[in-house]
Design a binder for this molecule. Sequence first.
Ligand code: DX5
Ligand code: ZN
Length: 214
Amino acid sequence: MPPIKIAPSLLSCDFANIAREVERVEAAGADLLHVDVMDGHFVPNLTIGPPVVAWIKKYATRPLDCHLMMTDPAQYIDAFADAGADIITIHVEATSPVKPTLERIRKRGLRCGVVLNPGTPIEAAEPFLAEIDMLLVMSVWPGFGGQSFIPGVLDKIKRARELAPQLDIEIDGGINDATARDAVDAGANVLVAGSYVFKARDLADPIKKLRAVR
Ligand code: DX5
Ligand code: ZN
């Protein structure tokens, strides 16, 4: 299995001090910075757009892992690439055709991935496994931080790991040291965590605990 990577979700950070938060979470050991983009349509919440990603990029030294919870992500690939995204993941449930959108991400020189909602079976990602750098399995219904982990997705991760032994498999939603252990046992290696990381006084504590689950 590929190495464990910790991807704190900036959704739970203090946005009034974004530069300081980026520096703080990188110093604490983040491998990637997870950026939750919500369009108020695919999910009932609005968050971060390309201008804010560009501000984050000014301060980040780690790759920006942009999770596009958007109905039509294809329209925005260039905007996020220009803003400094390093990895872009798109939902298979979105309306943009998946394959051409992945190709567009690659053409911009970025890494690409697909995302599965908790109710979407692994079969929906199978046609793309050979051409993606990362598979993101949602362990909550997307839209908000701070929700509880849905254990029913663990079987999907196991199946994904069988199908793609070398692929980065990312898990997102309700991750803490206990749920991370279950996810890693099932085959996940990229751990997104928002509230669990940012509610700590010393961000290095939760990040160390997540890294230690394997
Ligand atoms: C949910 C987002 C997650 C969220 C995770 O829609 O995709 O990345 O920020 O937050 P926690 O770790 O608090 O569940
Ligand atoms: Zn996310």
